[in-house]
Design a protein around this ligand. Structure first.
Ligand code: 5GP
Ligand code: ZN
Length: 113
């Protein structure tokens, strides 16, 4: 758990966040700069920098399950949503603690910018 990792600090409660779910393995909180009406960040409690650093793929399944559960509880399960894992610079990753974005509540376009 690096001292200077933003999401580790949120998990430790050192930086406030609006938590929407907590499981033994994962934490979910609202994005500080939401890009859609629903924008939740889902992170493993373990500090894993990027998707490419995942050793046990079970954690990706746990993040994914929490994303789909939250989509239902946020009321966007039927209307639709997007789950995104930005990875490294060209992928748009800015926080190097693995996270899934759950985005929904409006129609989105493809391809992404
Ligand atoms: P990335 O760009 O790495 O895929 O996503 C990082 C996300 O973290 C961004 O959507 C950004 O708005 C969000 N973020 C950055 N700082 C904070 C913060 O202090 N609190 C919360 N809740 N979200 C943050
Ligand atoms: Zn971290």
């Amino acid at each position: 758990m690096p001292d200077d990792c933003l999401f580790c600090r949120i998990i430790r409660g050192e930086i406030p966040a609006t938590f929407v779910a907590q499981t033994p393995e994962c934490v979910a909180f609202r994005d500080i700069d939401p890009q859609t009406p629903t924008h939740i960040v889902i992170v493993p409690r373990e500090h894993i920098p990027t998707l490419a650093d995942v050793k046990d793929p079970l954690i990706v399944g746990q993040l994914s399950r929490l994303a789909t559960d939250l989509a239902e509880s946020e009321g966007i399960g039927q209307s639709g949503y997007r789950v995104v894992v930005n990875t490294n610079a060209d992928g748009g990753q800015t926080v190097y603690h693995l996270h899934m974005h759950l985005l929904g509540g409006r129609r989105m376009t493809w391809p992404p910018g």
